[in-house]
Write a protein that binds this ligand. Structure first.
Ligand code: UDP
Length: 322
């Protein structure tokens, strides 16, 4: 298939692009390189350095795209509470421009990067796709808004769409030639890459945001998934996308790790000290997010190759050290 990958110069988008090319698809990456990296785009893909708002200049009716994988967006939950307007613009206004282009070009398939943050503080765990969506941060609210827009688009125009609700993504893609495709956010805001930077001596301490949550040790609990396992789900979703259906799948491993358990795992994998400092809560953080991915397993045949947090941290550490 000829596929457009928005955000394909970013962390998850570049891994998805690699796997699509490996599977024999033609890939065009749309990325404005605001947060992505040109050198993350695989050699076999074409890069269109275009803002999402101008996607119609690439996704034209004549271009013959068979589908879009829409990963472009802003992703930092903490920042979304401080600069919400950036998130409504990039994630919602940008995605509406994409839906306009998809409709105008009659592109048949769409796979969208949604998030566990759409659920907010869950009433029961693990979270199924039937859980109430009540985001506690602006990031989750913007992603939920697009999920709703996609549902409308599917109902009105028959688009085949799949929203993938990612839990916390870590690790790196190991290529056969020994190179890695991994996470390079600047500034980095996510727990595991920051903990690894501390282990590597690039930062002095890790601030833990809050130790008074209603969890086993008082720190937030998250469900981690290896980026390669997550990326593989995109290919399965693309194949399963069905006209007039908006399918939704949670993608996580079903196990929660507290922030302090994550730090312990980082210490174990790296063999290095990771000094931590307790800090105030970060605005908008739900206490605990743990996925049920039973639906993805049943309907997509999705399975994880690297389900343990040590394998995930190990690959992220190997990437950082290169
Ligand atoms: N976190 C932390 N210190 C940091 C970065 C993150 O304590 O320097 C916490 C954050 O408050 C949350 C968890 O780690 O409880 C996961 O946050 P992250 O930003 O990695 O992912 P999110 O779950 O927000 O998508």
């Amino acid at each position: 298939m000829k596929l457009l990958v928005t955000g394909g110069a970013g962390y998850i988008g570049s891994v998805v692009s690699h796997l699509l090319l490996d599977a024999g698809h033609e890939v065009v990456v749309l990325d404005d390189l605001r947060t992505g990296h040109a050198d993350a785009v695989p050699a076999g893909a074409r890069l269109a350095q275009v803002p999402l708002a101008e996607v119609a200049s690439v996704l034209t009716p004549d271009a013959g795209f068979d589908g879009v994988l829409h990963l472009a967006g802003l992703i930092a939950a903490g920042e979304s509470m401080v600069r919400p307007e950036l998130y409504w613009d990039a994630n919602v206004v940008g995605s509406l421009a994409l839906l306009d282009a998809v409709r105008a070009a009659r592109t048949p398939r769409l796979v969208f990067s949604s998030t566990a943050a759409v659920y907010g503080n869950p009433s029961e765990l693990p979270l199924t796709e039937a859980a109430i969506t009540a985001p506690t941060n602006t990031y989750g609210a913007t992603k939920l808004a697009i999920d709703h827009a996609i549902t409308s688009e599917v109902a009105a125009y028959g688009l085949a769409a799949v929203s993938l609700r990612y839990f916390n993504v870590v690790g790196a893609l190991r290529r056969p030639d020994g190179t890695f495709v991994g996470e390079r956010h600047d500034p980095e805001t996510h727990l595991i890459p920051i903990a690894l930077q501390v282990a590597a001596g690039e930062r002095e301490t890790l601030d833990i945001f809050g130790d008074d949550y209603p969890t086993t040790d008082g720190t937030c609990v998250r469900d981690y998934i290896h980026v390669e396992d997550l990326a593989r789900a995109h290919l399965l979703a693309l194949a399963a996308a069905t006209p007039k259906e908006h399918r939704v799948y949670n993608l996580g491993n079903g196990n929660g790790f507290s922030n302090l358990e994550v730090v312990a795992a980082v210490r174990q994998v790296t063999g290095r000290p990771v000094p931590v400092r307790m800090a105030p809560r970060r605005e908008g953080d739900p206490a605990e997010l743990v996925a049920s991915s039973a639906r993805a397993r049943q309907e997509l045949g999705w399975a994880q190759a690297k389900p343990t947090i040590t394998e995930m941290i190990d690959d992220a550490w190997a990437f950082l050290q290169r």
